[in-house]
Design a protein around this ligand. Structure first.
Ligand SMILES: *[C@@H]1O[C@H](CO)[C@@H](O)[C@H](O)[C@H]1NC(C)=O
Ligand SMILES: *[C@@H]1O[C@H](CO)[C@@H](O)[C@H](O)[C@H]1NC(C)=O
Ligand SMILES: CC(=O)N[C@H]1CO[C@H](CO)[C@@H](O)[C@@H]1O
Length: 448
């Protein structure tokens, strides 16, 4: 479809659509790492990771990701951020698992797997502040196996969902509502066959407390905006106010993951039960979650948010940013460091200690299953059998432990990326040598 007719279509289905940037990111690596929740060790379940190649088992907040990364799997070169979410598996009737391949989303070119990332301005011209260096956050809870008990009209209730596509067409009825609303979108994994595949929709909270880059729980520094969600519009078109505890409006970050589930539709179990499971052993979908490590260079994201006003968010219409080819995106990869097979074969169990737990009680960590917890650098192993003997240990990972990250100035001189000023700031305003205190907004000045 020609893009003008597409724009007309979007104007039709998304009246009053707001400015945004939207771009594809190819798969960077898929393995059991989560440098936010489990820095320095193998994490509990498999993630698909996209973004800059500074992604690592440990990502110190004071690292300048832009200096370490030499490429990104995302369309815009300035973006060295990392983004990760769970992987989907299909459970065969004989109990083995195969990874469900991801496919390019509508209007994204030909990325190899990965996700589509959106940074969205609020409607009606409200200005956003870009994330500060060192900023990280997570949304969702991998242990949930029932709908979270929040007000069903609140933005949080609309933040995580799945779309059951009936066809692959962009203008299909099953793709005509904003994400998270309409009769094709559900909070749980669809309980029926979706002939066009399944798309996951993950909205992050967009109100910051103006203080913490990455608190120990990686989430309390952020809040959803306030108000009731219009059930025809969803969050993407909402203009709620930020709560007074979290007054700084950031871009609304949104991920879409398109899964080619249709190729398994002729292999469903005869009892009709839903055979897809997320990598944390979640057949419900309620444990869907997303992680974000900010890594844009300089002011590039702010400039894009201030100048790129295409309602479709097409990369071509954001001249302030530098695009790269799909081939360059797809060529940006990092080697796996966890020596286990997570795809391209019939796995006898989900990697890590992840028995399938149907809920509704929250999932519990299984111990003593012999999951690999060691690392070694190299390309992804190709034979599951040959390396299980060498690297398995009987210790298991426990995801619930959260490692305290440095967030506040430790002494008289504020470390790089630490806070050095802002409303109510009582700490030091002197930065370590080599960095200077820069005002980002009224609430926050940072040593950069
Ligand atoms: C990843 O971290 C290891 C140490 O944990 C370091 O040796 C390596 O250089 C890092 N890689 C990148 C790309 O930062
Ligand atoms: C399990 O089922 C799949 C799909 O039918 C098949 O290809 C695979 O070989 C089977 N594996 C085992 C261990 O039976
Ligand atoms: C605007 C800008 O400086 N972009 C940089 C983005 O990153 C690439 C490397 O991947 C640099 O070459 C660009 O200069």
């Amino acid at each position: 479809m020609h893009w003008q007719s597409l724009a007309a279509f979007v104007a039709l289905v998304l009246p009053g659509a707001n400015a945004l940037i939207r771009f594809p990111c190819a798969q960077l690596v898929t393995e059991r790492l989560d440098p936010l929740v489990d820095p320095g060790r193998v994490s509990a379940h498999v993630h698909q990771v996209i973004g800059g190649n500074a992604f690592n088992i440990t990502m110190d907040e004071t690292n300048d990701i832009n200096k370490i990364a030499t490429c990104t799997s995302c369309k815009f070169k300035e973006n060295k951020s990392n983004y990760w979410t769970a992987v989907m598996y299909f459970k065969h009737t004989n109990g083995t698992f195969t990874r469900v391949p991801q496919k390019p989303n509508h209007l994204t070119g030909s990325p190899n797997g990965g996700m589509t990332v959106y940074y969205i301005n609020p409607p009606k011209g409200t200005k956003v502040t870009q994330f500060p260096k060192g900023f990280r956050m997570i949304t969702g809870n991998p242990m949930l196996r029932a709908r979270k008990a929040v007000d069903t009209t609140s933005p949080e209730a609309f933040s995580l969902s799945f779309r059951c596509w009936e066809t692959t067409g962009f203008t299909d009825a099953s793709n005509s509502s904003p994400p998270g609303v309409g009769r094709y979108d559900t909070v749980n994994l669809p309980n029926k066959k979706c002939n066009g595949g399944i798309r996951a929709n993950i909205f992050f909270p967009s109100c910051w407390n103006g203080k913490d880059l990455n608190p120990p729980d990686h989430s309390s520094h952020m809040a959803f905006f306030q108000g009731r969600v219009d059930t025809n519009a969803g969050i993407i078109l909402m203009n709620g106010n930020c709560p007074s505890t979290h007054p700084v409006r950031m871009p609304l970050l949104f991920f879409e993951t398109a899964w080619d589930t249709a190729k398994f539709n002729d292999q469903w179990p005869t009892d009709g039960s839903q055979p897809f499971v997320l990598s944390m052993g979640d057949p419900t979908g309620y444990g869907q979650h997303g992680d974000y490590v900010f890594g844009w260079e300089g002011n590039a994201l702010q400039t894009a948010m201030d100048n790129c006003f295409d309602t479709l968010g097409l990369p071509d219409s954001c001249k302030q940013l530098t695009q790269q080819s799909d081939a360059d995106m797809n060529n940006c990869r990092v080697n796996t460091v966890v020596n286990e097979r997570v795809e391209d074969s019939f796995l006898s169990a989900l990697p890590g200690c992840n028995p399938i737990q149907n809920g509704p009680n929250p999932a519990t960590m299984a111990a003593g299953c012999g999951a690999i917890s060691t690392t070694g650098t190299g390309a992804a192993p190709t034979q599951t059998q040959t390396q299980t003997t060498t690297t398995q240990t009987q210790s298991t990972t426990t995801t619930t432990t959260v490692v305290q990250q440095p967030t506040a100035p430790a002494g008289p001189a504020v470390p790089k990326y630490g806070q050095c000023g802002g409303n109510g700031w009582t700490g030091s305003t002197t930065c370590v040598s080599g960095s200077t205190c820069t005002k980002l907004n009224d609430w926050y000045s940072q040593c950069t």
